[in-house]
Design a protein around this ligand. Structure first.
Ligand code: PPS
Length: 275
């Protein structure tokens, strides 16, 4: 499995998507105060929120948001940050980085950060399917094998729990807003309202309803080949809460609950996450 990753500052990243040269270049990245930062561990719904925000930009300003070549900030070639200087505001910076690995200019320039969390069980299941469904990325021999690596944090972008603990301390910071995948699933329009208010878009109730209808799982999956190419149907796979019940054994369930208790119980994030 070590062939899948390289480690940068203690965290494994997929060799197919990240390089140390890009990480070094990232240190000099210049954030703008109106950048929109979307921080999430992989598979917590970043493409969903990205879509919601790009539609909100359009509704607010009638400007069509042009997706950059690689929306994940830390992925791509090291020269991408030079090219990003030419992008119009607002730029959307999606990232799976821990809080303390983000470039300092994000904090210095007070860019707003939306942090998206999803319960760790569904996140793990989604991550496993992604590896094993997408032809171009390495697959795992079995769910059990993936689960073992996930629990050790030996997967792309490292441990879910380290990511959560690292962000937990900053969820109440001034420019940070926290949102849950499960809450968005339960009431999409209410979630969109919160997100757009946080980023300062002024949308009517009708506009929110329109974006909501375009952002359901079914609507996004139906268009996924158009929007995301061949990977689309794998990225918009099932979009449900509780799919973990189809893969977790009882022992794995207990192990995850134990880990949750050990690492996150007693934290404010632990109290908010929904199984
Ligand atoms: S990635 O590869 O890390 O960028 O993946 P990410 O976009 O963060 O997460 C993918 C999961 O989000 C689900 N998704 C949605 N769920 C509900 N509604 C909508 N509109 C939606 N869009 C994406 C997607 O289906 C992945 O979860 P799973 O459980 O695999 O279906």
């Amino acid at each position: 499995l070590s062939r899948l990753f390289f480690t940068y500052q203690g965290i494994p990243y997929p060799i197919t998507m990240c390089t140390s040269e890009t990480f070094q270049a990232l240190d000099t990245f210049e954030a703008r105060s109106d950048d929109i930062v979307l921080a999430s561990y992989p598979k917590c719904g970043s493409n969903w929120i990205l879509h919601i925000i790009s539609e909100s930009i359009f509704a607010d300003s009638k400007k069509k948001y042009e997706y950059p070549e690689f929306p994940v900030l830390e992925c791509g070639d090291p020269e991408k940050y030079q090219r990003m200087k030419l992008l119009p505001s607002p730029r959307i910076l999606a990232t799976h980085l821990h809080y303390d690995k983000l470039p300092g200019s994000i904090f210095k320039n007070k860019a707003k950060i939306l942090v998206i969390f999803r319960n760790p069980k569904d996140t793990a299941v989604s991550f496993f399917h992604f590896h094993n469904d997408v032809p171009d990325i390495p697959s795992y021999s079995s769910w059990d094998e993936f689960f073992r690596q996930f629990m050790k944090g030996q997967v792309s972008w490292g441990s879910y729990f380290d990511f959560a603990i690292n962000w937990n301390k900053h969820l109440d910071d001034e420019n940070v807003k926290f949102i849950l995948y499960e809450d968005l699933k339960e009431n999409l329009a209410a979630g969109i309202k919160q997100i757009t208010e946080f980023f300062g878009f002024s949308l009517t109730g009708e506009q929110i309803q329109t974006i909501s209808a375009q952002s359901t799982f079914q609507a996004m999956r139906a268009k996924s080949r158009e929007t995301h190419g061949a990977v689309g149907p794998f990225l918009f796979r099932k979009g449900e809460v509780g799919d973990w019940k189809n893969l977790f054994t009882e022992t794995q369930n207990q192990e995850m609950d134990e880990k949750f208790k050990e690492r996150l119980a007693g934290t404010s994030l632990g109290a908010k996450l929904k199984y």
